[in-house]
Write a protein that binds this ligand. Structure first.
Ligand SMILES: *[C@@H]1O[C@H](CO)[C@@H](O)[C@H](O)[C@H]1NC(C)=O
Ligand SMILES: *[C@@H]1O[C@H](CO)[C@@H](O)[C@H](O)[C@H]1NC(C)=O
Ligand SMILES: *[C@@H]1O[C@H](CO)[C@@H](O)[C@H](O)[C@H]1NC(C)=O
Ligand SMILES: *[C@@H]1O[C@H](CO)[C@@H](O)[C@H](O)[C@H]1NC(C)=O
Ligand SMILES: *[C@@H]1O[C@H](CO)[C@@H](O)[C@H](O)[C@H]1NC(C)=O
Ligand SMILES: *[C@@H]1O[C@H](CO)[C@@H](O)[C@H](O)[C@H]1NC(C)=O
Length: 542
């Protein structure tokens, strides 16, 4: 049974030799239970090959074996770690002692041996005795193989186990065990000056101390900010400027000794939102680029910002963020086009074109004669899909009614012909010659006095004019017919009265059915001077 006896702190366990009391031949780091006389051979020995016992022995000689780490201190910052082994042994006449052997990686097995005096062995035969050994030095975080054997070493009567000593993360080790002493860092951030002031305490005495800023990845690589604190310096502090409060920016400190352990504190480790800066755009390649300043597990996707502040992802635009640069190619630089970063359950949206400096195209609206004219102007030659759509009340969606492809030359305005558009119509414009483009919806504002209503009224006027004209023509024709009839009647009366008619006057014929040329709403009727109705015809034409 293995009992991990926990960590037992033994300050100044330098014992007087006399402390071993009845066991003068025993090293101070070893102990046998009272009544048993033990001796140790100085130093370590190598294990012996096992032999078969001459008499039959109970194979469970060892009980309750426990392993632990014991700290032995001479003075402050001068402590070392020992492996503590405790075991209960069943004493018999043929067991002359106990051997504790340990191996560590790359080291030969070494043993410390207790031998029981013959007298006490015979006296205590059949009893269980406790033996304890705190002699073997171990390092923090070390794996050791422990074997307990009898002396002489009988085959099949060994106890074996593996033990892992605690690491430097243990609070006491960091203050007391030199291999674990890193110093302690405390800091204050001055965000206005972008400065970090650092104090060092509990560092290894009598040694200089290194302090620097670094960016943590697999290793922490220096940013260039570095200082060496001299051991004589009364106040152990330093101030470092920083450019951005990145989550991987850390302060690192270590003593100026070989293989000194280092301490790192990262003041901004929760400032993940600081990572999503530095998005750049290559206008020639139309590529959006971003490189994480710190290693992070995240997703980056392109999205379009809506009026309500929700950024809607472009399908299939999502990319895993690794250490490398990520690139979105064929992107339309538009102020609505944004990058959404998602890490864990949180997401952040950054709109690199929001300032409009790189925007490639725009819709230009002008008002002429109460009408709204929309033109498209582009800094580059590009192809667009231009759709007409209708917005129904209460719905953000715009129902597309028709779509055209429009080719726009560099710096040449293209008029988007809006004749025949109605109230609540909108234009839906999107670039086609790129992979990722924002869809821009532009709704017409001046719809109350737009053209459709005006042209309807014109038609009413034209129709009224034509009808009036028809009525007047019929009236005129009737009038002419009436005059002719009267003259004929007079002539007949004249002939009858003996008057002579030499030449008959030319017949006045006005055809009502004749199509009249209509010029600017004026109706012309050919003059018939002989008919004596010029007055009325001219009157109409005014
Ligand atoms: C071994 O260490 C333990 C724990 O600190 C202590 O109680 C014991 O007295 C030590 N034994 C010897 C022989 O030093
Ligand atoms: C060996 O010792 C254990 C405990 O002391 C005991 O229970 C067991 O019976 C013994 N076996 C033999 C074969 O003596
Ligand atoms: C071994 O440990 C058990 C449980 O901790 C205890 O009851 C028993 O007395 C111990 N045996 C000896 C011989 O110390
Ligand atoms: C560093 O130590 C000085 C002097 O003891 C103290 O005034 C200052 O507040 C400390 N700064 C930090 C960041 O702990
Ligand atoms: C990102 O990585 C995860 C895990 O490796 C994977 O399941 C997922 O499909 C990847 N997503 C993309 C867009 O590559
Ligand atoms: C636009 O489309 C036309 C015809 O489809 C094509 O010839 C032209 O290269 C395209 N222009 C751009 C800038 O992609």
């Amino acid at each position: 049974m293995i009992l991990w006896a926990g960590l037992l702190l033994v300050h100044c366990c330098l014992r007087l030799t006399g402390a071993a009391g009845e066991n003068p031949g025993l090293e101070t780091c070893m102990r046998c239970s009272q009544g048993l006389h033990c001796k140790t051979k100085g130093g370590y020995s190598f294990p012996r090959p096992c032999e078969n016992p001459t008499e039959s022995l109970n194979t469970t000689v060892f009980h309750n074996v426990s392993l632990s780490t014991v700290m032995k201190c001479e003075r402050m910052q001068k402590c070392s770690l020992r492996l503590g082994i405790k075991a209960v042994v069943q004493v018999t006449d043929s067991i002359h002692g106990v051997s504790f052997c340990i191996t560590t990686a790359g080291m030969m097995m070494r043993c410390k041996t207790f031998s029981f005096t013959r007298a006490s062995r015979e006296r205590m035969s059949g009893l269980q005795v406790e033996v304890e050994n705190n002699c073997t030095e171990v390092s923090p975080n070390q794996q050791v193989q422990v074997t307990v054997t009898t002396v002489p070493s009988y085959c099949g009567m060994t106890w074996t186990s593996t033990y892992h000593s605690p690491g430097c993360s243990h609070e006491d080790f960091r203050r007391l065990v030199p291999e674990c002493i890193t110093g302690r860092l405390s800091y204050k951030v001055n965000p206005d000056k972008k400065e970090l002031s650092v104090n060092v305490s509990d560092m290894l005495n009598d040694h200089n101390y290194h302090l620097r800023l670094c960016r943590k990845d697999f290793i922490c690589s220096g940013t260039g900010a570095y200082t060496l604190i001299q051991k004589e310096q009364p106040i152990k502090s330093a101030t470092f400027p920083y450019s951005r409060p990145l989550p991987c920016l850390c302060i690192e400190g270590w003593s100026a000794v070989m293989d000194a352990p280092r301490v790192q504190v990262c003041p901004f480790k929760d400032r993940v939102e600081e990572l999503w800066f530095g998005i750049t755009f290559d206008p020639l390649e139309e590529t959006l680029l971003w490189e994480p300043a710190c290693p992070i597990t995240a997703l980056a996707a392109l999205c379009q910002m809506r009026d309500d502040g929700i950024c809607v992802d472009f399908p299939h635009s999502s990319q895993n963020v690794t250490r490398e640069k990520i690139a979105f190619s064929k992107v339309d630089p538009h102020d609505r086009l944004c990058v959404k970063f998602t890490a864990g359950s949180q997401s952040w949206t950054r709109c690199p074109f929001a300032d409009g400096r790189l925007q490639a195209w725009e819709l230009v609206t002008t008002r002429t004669e109460g009408r709204e004219e929309v033109k498209m102007l582009s800094q580059i030659s590009a192809n667009f899909s231009v759709g007409l759509c209708v917005k129904s009340k209460g719905s953000p969606e715009c129902q597309t009614t028709e779509t055209h492809n429009v080719q726009v030359e560099k710096q040449k305005a293209v008029d988007l012909n809006l004749k025949g558009t109605f109230c609540n119509s909108c234009l839906q414009v999107k670039r086609l010659d790129v992979e990722y483009a924002a869809t821009v919806i532009h709704c017409l504002k001046l719809c109350s006095d737009s053209s459709p209503l005006r042209s309807d009224l014109t038609w009413v006027f034209v129709l009224t004019g034509v009808c009036l004209f028809g009525v007047i023509c019929v009236t005129l024709a009737l009038h002419v017919l009436l005059s002719v009839y009267r003259r004929r009647k007079q002539k007949i009366t004249g002939v009858r009265n003996g008057e002579k008619q030499i030449e008959p006057p030319p017949t006045c014929v006005v055809s009502v059915l004749q199509t009249q040329p209509v010029v600017h709403g004026r109706v012309f009727i050919p003059d018939s001077p002989q008919c004596g109705n010029n007055e009325k015809a001219n009157l109409l034409s005014e």
